[in-house]
Design a protein around this ligand. Sequence first.
Ligand SMILES: C[S@@+](CC[C@H](N)C(=O)[O-])C[C@H]1O[C@@H](n2cnc3c(N)ncnc32)[C@H](O)[C@@H]1O
Length: 272
Amino acid sequence: MPDPRPTSAFHAANTDPAVTDRLVAALDAQAANPGVRRLREWAHTRLAARPGERALDVGSGTGSETRVLAAALAPGGAAIGLEPNPGLRALAEQRAADADSPARFLDGDALALPLPDADLDVVWCERVLQHLTDPARAVAEFARVLRPGGRVALLDTDWATFILHPAAPEIRPALAAVTQATAATPDAGRRLAGWLAEAGLTVDELGSDVLLHDPHTVSWPIVRGLGTAALGRNLITEEQRDRLHTDLTAAAEQGAFHLSVTMFAVIAHRPR
Ligand SMILES: C[S@@+](CC[C@H](N)C(=O)[O-])C[C@H]1O[C@@H](n2cnc3c(N)ncnc32)[C@H](O)[C@@H]1O
């Protein structure tokens, strides 16, 4: 059964085509971020997908990592992206065709994978578990579809590590609250290893990197939206919101702006 409580635009229930363009822009910006690129490279190297293997990219978004897996699995392998959002799935199919990639895409839900037991060599799941209210159930599904010896990479953000500077100390708890409200499970990053162990998988390695935003490329509507959301929830005053926006703009001009969040990655395998 699908997770019933939409929290963010990335929730599987949010399939409004008008929103999809925004999601794609956000995913493309993240894919270009040096921290995301480093952590992905680290995880792909550790996962070591090989020609002939079968892999699933759960919540594949634009399909960028499904295509990376497809390239590693050729010849003879199969890389499948599972994506419930029809707009993102269509875009991923188009991008795979444009890149002449054999990556394929399926509709489906991380909480009930449409695959038999022990069907896969590799599972990749990046920044999806934070959007689920029952991520442990999804990880149990990953364990079910992996063959003995099969490997999994989970990558996720931990929103409690979010830093926005400059922000007056008295409004930081409000900014933390609205940031964490954008995900169903905002502390997913720190819980990845625990969910894997609970699902009976053996944790092999942990990695991390930071998603550090450049003030020149950061989405200012999103940054300013945090102050406005805190005001909307009566957590800060209008004056505090205006002061925050003024301070952030000045800091960006002076090279003193900082916006970051830590991402974690865990590699595990199903015991033989
Ligand atoms: C933040 S995006 C990450 C996309 C991609 N993994 C990446 O890192 O670029 C979250 C993705 O999870 C998908 N998603 C949300 N709920 C899902 C669910 N229950 N099962 C599978 N995918 C889901 C969304 O549609 C979206 O593509």
